[in-house]
Design a protein around this ligand. Structure first.
Ligand code: 5GP
Ligand code: ZN
Length: 113
């Protein structure tokens, strides 16, 4: 499979890893949009939100709790942070392996651009 994030999980492409367990992998984004910009991904290849199935429900909940733990570790939890999943063309999804952007360390606008 030629998926970029599957290659990162396998160590075939280097990354700055900050968390890993049996289901989840997290690493710093190569092009950070905030002082903290971490990508949290499932080890299972899921292309995006439309491809989620009922068996993934617990995994997605675990990813959210992991996002908060990482935000605490990186000292952005108290001031607040954003978790974003881009889905499809209008949202600007570029990598079709589901990933949760954890953004923190600065104030953010709403609505997003
Ligand atoms: P998307 O636009 O699909 O929601 O987000 C893809 C993200 O992956 C972007 O923020 C981009 O900077 C990041 N990214 C793309 N290629 C790499 C890479 O090789 N390494 C890392 N660490 N991040 C990447
Ligand atoms: Zn993949």
């Amino acid at each position: 499979m030629s998926c970029l994030f599957c290659k990162i999980i396998k160590g075939e492409i280097p990354c700055k890893k900050i968390y890993e367990d049996d289901q989840i992998f997290a690493f710093h984004d190569i092009n950070p949009q905030a002082p903290v910009h971490v990508l949290i991904i499932s080890k299972k290849h899921i292309s995006g939100i439309p491809q989620l199935v009922i068996d993934d429900d617990a995994l997605i909940g675990k990813i959210m709790r992991t996002a908060h733990k990482i935000a605490q570790q990186l000292n952005v939890a108290d001031q607040g942070y954003r978790v974003v999943v881009n889905s499809g063309r209008n949202a600007g999804q570029e990598v079709f392996h589901i990933h949760f952007h954890l953004l923190g360390g600065r104030s953010m606008n709403w609505p997003p651009g």
